[in-house]
Design a protein around this ligand. Structure first.
Ligand SMILES: Cc1cc2nc3c(=O)[nH]c(=O)nc-3n(C[C@H](O)[C@H](O)[C@H](O)COP(=O)(O)O)c2cc1C
Length: 190
């Protein structure tokens, strides 16, 4: 029997996108062996979009695994080579900036650092109001970084939110499939 591909799926605090992302997580769990990771803000903040506990229960129900919510439990992802690929969806501006600068102070940035050490694909689905502002330079850095792939993204509201970028979350699985072959899905801009 062929072993299912092992995928890490990390959620960071772009709460308004959680419902859309959970739909994709559900699809992913049908075909892949998925472990969910949540940043501290994602695992502890209740917002008008839902409670942290509710999203965590949903993630555990879909993946049938305990969610990783600590740096200490994310660290073994490196030495134990736990994932074939790691997805960060949604990826906040905050996490994007940390990734671009080698800062490792959340479960998600720890997971990314540990996973990248194994030279395996990291897939980022950005969702940030400053993607074309303060975070544009970080996006540029990561677009040009080995083993990092992007879920196609675009401006979600160019009239009212000039700098805002959001990934097309329905492209998470096709992006993963391409990244596992060492290729960036195209077009990258939607
Ligand atoms: C209701 C709410 C919605 C937010 N939406 C976003 C968002 O869409 N994108 C983003 O980059 N940050 C957003 N933030 C801010 C992040 O949650 C904040 O920067 C946090 O520190 C991110 O931490 P993390 O990247 O470790 O999850 C939002 C915050 C709140 C309270």
């Amino acid at each position: 029997m062929v072993e299912p591909v092992k995928v890490g799926f990390a959620l960071t605090g772009s709460f308004c996108t959680f419902d859309k992302v959970i739909l994709e997580l559900k699809e992913l769990c049908r075909e892949y062996d998925v472990t969910v990771i949540m940043s501290k803000s994602a695992s502890s903040t209740d917002t008008r979009f839902g409670t942290a506990k509710g999203f965590m229960e949903k993630a555990e129900d879909l993946s049938q695994r305990k969610v990783i919510t600590e740096i200490s439990t994310a660290e073994p992802i490196g030495p134990k080579k736990l994932f074939d690929a790691l997805i960060i969806a949604p990826c906040t501006g905050n996490t994007l900036a940390k990734l671009a600068h080698g800062i490792t102070d959340t479960p998600v940035t720890m997971a990314a650092k540990a996973h990248l050490r194994n030279e395996r694909p990291l897939i980022i689905a950005p969702s940030t109001n400053d993607g074309l502002g303060a975070n544009a330079k970080n996006l540029g850095l990561l677009l040009n970084t080995k083993n990092i792939y992007f879920v196609p993204f675009g401006q979600d509201d160019p009239i009212n939110k000039h700098n805002s970028l959001v990934a097309d979350f329905t492209k998470i699985i096709p992006t993963l499939q391409e990244a596992l072959k060492g290729r960036q899905i195209q077009p990258i801009l939607v």
